[in-house]
Design a protein around this ligand. Structure first.
Ligand code: RB5
Length: 366
């Protein structure tokens, strides 16, 4: 594993010791400074530098050290995509991985002894994050982070899970969930929610400045600059979201992908796929209202990748933690947008509480 280390003067000695320890354990240690314990330096400078390497994927994990560890942990947690845990014992270190998925370990160079720092580091490195309720909680943090618009110095810009909690979306989603909502209302509301989500998923489209003439005078305005988009619904329920997105992004091209589950292998098999010829040049939004087991979504993403798709985002209305885990595991670079992250799947593979079968409710087939 590649681990980046950073410290201020008060953590320098421990950083040097842990560098050796990491090499003994067979890891690759990258030293992001500071490079002397003699000169007093500011921990935020070195903390951001090292933490940004984790956020951008240049290092798998990070270890930061200052005198108490407090300054470094406050600093690191300002970098988007970094989840830093200040640990003074092995138990906390293990749980900071299992429950919190911490990708940066913070230690106090003046408060924790060298031997303990080594055993904390080993416990932290040897522990993997757990799924289920812990994953759902971590996604809430990620969602908050996205909505609050904090920006790291460098971010991977991929593989994030964003829960769009806009009041209008949540209001409409609750009507959609209601079992007594009619097929017509269900269909209209799914399109409306998809349209509202389109605002969020198109948030980063680049703009270029243009000259325009108002009835009063000439001025500068903005135009979306040459970004090519494709919306790809997974048949059939994904179709229920397409019109809503096209109302907001009318120039997007539409591809289709159809999958069924093989009754013997239970694996998704694609039976239909028609995508824009230039799919490799487009930002692709694969849409499917329910991200349940994640099997079809993951297969759809794999298929789109096989035919040349590169920049892919998955958009669902309701996701289960199991589905998010499957897609994030199979396609770690794919961003997932959803309006809700529900509790779990039941024994029949339905999302709980969910909304039932989106295809049946859209088309009145049950
Ligand atoms: C440096 O004296 C000290 O303030 C720093 O290392 C750290 O403990 C800050 O939180």
């Amino acid at each position: 594993m590649k681990i980046v280390l950073g410290s201020d003067h008060a953590g320098f000695e421990m950083k040097e010791d842990l560098k050796k320890f990491l090499s003994e354990l067979g890891h690759e240690a990258e030293d992001a400074g500071t490079f002397s314990g003699e000169q007093s330096v500011d921990y935020p400078d070195w903390g951001v530098k090292a933490a940004s390497k984790v956020a951008s994927g240049k290092a798998d994990r990070g270890i930061l050290i200052c005198g108490t560890g407090v300054g470094m942990s406050i600093t690191a947690n300002k970098v988007k995509g970094v989840y830093a845990a200040l640990c003074a014992d092995e138990y906390t270190a293990r749980l900071s991985r299992e429950h919190n998925g911490a990708n940066v370990l913070v230690l106090g160079g003046r408060t924790t002894g060298a031997a303990l720092a080594r055993s904390i580091t080993k416990a932290w490195l040897d522990t993997e994050p757990e799924g289920g309720r812990h994953l759902a909680r971590r996604h809430k943090i990620m969602s908050y982070e996205t909505q609050s618009g904090t920006e790291g110095v460098e971010t991977a810009g991929s593989g994030r899970v964003m829960i769009i909690e806009h009041p209008l979306i949540q209001h409409k989603l609750s009507i959609v969930r209601d079992k007594d909502t009619s097929v017509k209302d269900f269909r209209d509301l799914v399109q409306e929610i998809a349209g509202l989500m389109a605002y969020e998923i198109s948030r980063n489209l680049p703009l270029e400045e243009i000259d325009i003439q108002t009835p009063v005078c000439g001025t500068k305005g903005f135009s979306i600059s040459g970004k090519k988009l494709a919306v790809v619904p997974v048949l059939r329920a994904g179709l229920g979201m397409v019109e809503g997105i096209l109302r907001i992004i009318p120039n997007a091209k539409v591809g289709h992908i159809g999958l069924y589950r093989d009754p013997d292998t239970l694996q998704p098999v694609d039976y239909y796929c028609k995508l824009p010829n230039d799919i490799g040049e487009r930002d692709i939004f694969i849409v499917d209202p329910m991200l349940a087991t994640g099997g079809s979504a993951s297969a759809a993403i794999s298929h789109v990748k096989r035919v040349g798709g590169r920049r892919i985002t998955l958009v669902s209305l309701i996701a289960a933690p199991e589905g998010v885990e499957k897609v994030s595991g199979d396609h770690p670079e794919v961003d997932i947008f959803t309006a809700a992250l529900d509790e779990r799947l039941n024994d029949h593979g339905y999302i709980v509480p969910g909304l039932g079968d989106a295809g049946d409710r859209l088309y009145g087939t049950k």
